[in-house]
Design a protein. Structure first.
Lengths: 488, 95
């Protein structure tokens, strides 16, 4: 589904194409778990957020959380996907100490959400489509801790039973960059919808990557699944390594074995998860504890009405309404809070200037200090105030940068900073004229040079700026110099 | 469909049910009998009949998103064969 030529890797026998499909596990933003009333959260003591349902005590029965169903439907609508009014839960059977039931409640044949698609931007601004195969609801497992004891594994069930949305893509990506761009875009959409907080550090958004290689345009190769890669950088590293590994095996005359692999960030390589080999036969069957999930079309319609403006629509609107470049609009819509900040600051102001100050200065500074825009020490009103001072010619853009520094340091509104620090631009022609007359009289050689080479006027501009501490209005200075140097 | 001894061995292993070697052949015969009975049922014409998903005509009841449970590790760990602090301890899992 790539709209531009694919990125190929060169092997010993010629070019190879990487084919990638992703399974994203997104934790549903909810207070309680998918089938129990235990709390969902990060940082509680071990086994402090576990009900007897999560611990799979005999006789306990699951009751589904309506809010989690709603979030799955909302996500499906946001992905412009088919909402299945009839879906069902199945048991995925495998044994692992952090899975007390001995099965995960998931959806196999009849997921709640079917086919959809999203548009993804590459770094160079070109776009491609990734088709979504399905989205289903399932339970998360608990957590095994292997380093507390050399001979034992410790188990914490706090995460067990937490609601996940597994979003399965078609194999529509052709490079590690495209895979990372897809995850970024999905994260943005989920955060706009508010159905998942997208916190990758806490594991609330993680991806399994299916990697295979083939000769360009040839038959699909055998794929390997790399489990639980939880950062953009690791996704890229894991794919690069895995594709190379597969190409080497095939070029040496070997065959790829379909298997589950684990990415080791410390070594930058993937390795086989032997423990999962036998377990691939999950023996799915409908969960007899749960009736089919039947959705009322009127409810789905009412959820549709709660959808916010999504990133693609917002970007198009910002570009059209404020005359921004697609790139600037794209930077602003990565986070809904950024776009809101921009729109607040741009009200009644030169929107392009506001966009420049927001994306170039503010976002760069926030990124440097690791802050979100919600935690910006500079409120949107002050960016608007700074742009107003520029529009009114009170300060030059050079002085504005200085003012920005003082704003960042918490010295108050731009107007106050300019006044308190005497940074008002000198536009008083009388004062500037005297200064320029003096300069021309003292430097006749430079004045003559301007007649030969008009761009030599820059030297005079520089001298005036130096003498005024950068506060001279550049437009006034240029106009005065032009007039005076022509006279001599 | 006949179930052979190898299939019984595999299913037993996947289900973590320890099955002595001399039980495999009798189990294969019993399971084959069950499968034959199901095949016999499949002869009934069910075209146009909705699959029955439950014996009761009810829809899935739902719960509100409120925290009503948890918060007591002692209850959860009460039957743990081995614990350390508030963790369950199990034989080392090798990844």
């Amino acid at each position: 589904m790539s709209d531009t030529p694919n990125k190929l890797i060169e092997g010993a026998t010629g070019p190879w194409e990487i084919v990638l499909g992703l399974e994203i596990h997104a934790q549903v933003a909810s207070k309680a778990k998918l089938f129990s009333g235990a709390a969902v959260g990060f940082g509680a003591g071990p086994n402090a957020q576990v009900s007897l349902v999560d611990a799979a005590m005999p006789g306990m029965l699951p009751v589904i959380n309506r809010h989690c169903v709603e979030q799955a439907v909302k996500t499906g609508l946001g992905l412009e996907a088919q909402i299945n009014l009839w879906s069902r839960f199945d048991r995925k059977n495998y044994f692992y100490p952090d899975l007390p039931q001995g099965y995960q409640i998931s959806q196999y044949k009849d997921p709640i959400v079917g086919e959809g698609a999203i548009t993804v931007e590459r770094d160079d601004g070109s776009i491609f489509t990734v088709r979504i195969e399905r989205l289903h609801l399932e339970q998360d497992a608990g957590k095994s801790i292997h380093d507390l004891d050399p001979n034992m594994t410790a188990v914490d069930l706090n995460r067990a039973g937490t609601a996940l949305m597994e979003i399965v893509s078609h194999p529509d990506m052709r490079s590690s960059e495209e895979a990372a761009a897809y995850v970024k875009k999905m994260r943005t959409i989920l955060r706009y919808l508010g159905t998942c907080d997208g916190d990758m550090e806490k594991g609330n958004l993680r991806a399994d990557v299916n990697v295979s290689v083939r000769k360009p345009g040839g038959e699909l190769g055998t794929r390997c699944e790399i489990k639980n890669v939880n950062s953009y950088r690791y996704i890229q590293q894991a794919i690069e390594y895995e594709a190379r590994r597969q190409i080497e095996i095939i070029e040496d005359g070997g065959a790829i074995r379909q298997e589950t692999r684990l990415f080791d960030p410390a070594k930058g390589e993937t390795r086989s998860m032997r423990s999962k080999e036998e377990a691939h036969d999950y023996r799915y069957f409908p969960d007899p504890d749960l009736l089919p999930l039947v959705l009322d079309p009127a409810w789905v319609k009412s959820i549709q009405k709660t959808l916010p403006e999504l990133p693609d629509a917002k970007r198009a609107r910002l570009a059209a309404q404020y005359g921004l470049s697609t790139y600037d609009a794209g930077v602003l819509v990565i986070d809904a809070a950024r776009a809101d900040y921009f729109e607040r600051a741009a009200a009644g102001r030169d929107a392009k200037l506001v966009a420049n100050w927001t994306t170039n200065e503010l976002l760069a500074r926030l990124a440097k200090d690791g802050l979100d825009i919600d935690a910006s020490p500079i409120p949107s009103d002050d960016v608007a105030g700074l742009v107003k001072l520029l529009e009114d010619g009170v300060i030059s853009s050079k002085i504005a940068k200085e003012v920005f520094e003082h704003m960042w340091a918490g010295e108050g509104t731009p107007a106050r900073i300019v006044e308190a620090r005497g940074l008002t631009q000198v536009s008083d022609t009388g004062e500037l004229e005297t200064l320029i007359d003096g300069l021309i009289a003292a430097n006749p050689g430079q004045a003559d040079a301007v007649k030969e080479k008009p761009q030599a006027v820059g030297w005079f501009v520089g001298q005036v700026m130096k003498a005024t501490g950068g506060k001279a209005n550049p437009a006034t200075v240029n106009a005065l110099l032009k007039a005076k140097l022509a006279d001599t | 469909m006949a179930i052979d001894v190898e299939t019984v061995r595999k299913v037993a292993k996947l289900a973590h049910i320890r099955t002595p070697e001399d039980r495999l052949a009798p189990l294969a015969a019993e399971l084959s009998g069950i499968m034959q009975w199901i095949e016999q049922l499949a002869e009934v014409d069910t075209d146009g009949v909705e699959p029955m998903t439950s014996a009761v005509a009810a829809t899935l009841p739902m719960r509100d998103d409120v925290v009503t449970d948890g918060g007591d590790p002692e209850v959860v760990l009460a039957n743990a064969p081995l614990r350390r602090g508030d963790f369950f301890m199990v034989p080392k899992v090798v990844e």
